[in-house]
Design a protein around this ligand. Structure first.
Ligand code: HEC
Length: 144
């Protein structure tokens, strides 16, 4: 009887896990375009239209941003974070997790912000170029 209960509990837990947003988000994020990544992740801080915000924290506006001349600056910011901004890159020596953006997704969002919001940089950054930049160290990241 006890074994049966354990089996039932495990089955219930497994199906709850399969239904949880955490479990499905990887696939969902994986299919997002640069624009959608901006809307789902970046916009929460940098605001719609990339206008930025000043309040409890300061979120720089990304509109007509002269620093964007350097795609490496933008990509390194997304990969490794910057002061109040968390890192979104996949930590080195860790299997791909659901909570980070792949190099291809980072390339997509970098291309998006550099060619929108009055930024006119058309260079097409590739996943390979992002992969060649330093990624976050595993120990900087919280538990997965
Ligand atoms: C949790 C809030 C938050 C999120 C989410 C966020 N950022 Fe930021 N971002 C910040 C803050 C705060 C700064 C300012 C960091 C500093 O002190 O230099 C910043 C800075 C930047 C900068 C440098 C701007 C400059 O002029 O120095 C870029 C580029 C940037 N973010 C892009 C992005 C992109 C692209 C995303 C989505 C993948 C994103 N951010 C998501 C908070 C956030």
């Amino acid at each position: 009887m006890r074994t049966l209960i354990t089996v039932l509990l495990m089955a219930a837990a497994a199906s709850a896990l399969a239904d949880s947003p955490m479990f499905t988000s990887r696939a969902a994020i994986g299919s997002l375009s640069g624009e959608q990544i901006y809307e789902h992740i970046c916009q929460g801080c940098h605001m719609p239209g990339a206008q930025g915000a000043v309040g409890a924290g300061a979120y720089p506006k990304l509109v007509a941003n002269k620093k964007f001349v350097s795609w490496e600056f933008v990509a390194l910011t997304v990969l490794n974070g910057r002061s109040g901004m968390p890192p979104f890159g996949q930590p080195v020596d860790q299997a791909q997790s659901r909570t980070h953006l792949t190099d291809a997704q980072i390339a997509d969002v970098v291309n998006y912000v550099r060619s929108h919001f009055e930024n006119k940089y058309k260079t097409n950054v590739t996943a390979q170029q992002v992969a060649a930049l330093p990624h976050p160290a595993a120990e900087l990241m919280g538990p997965q």
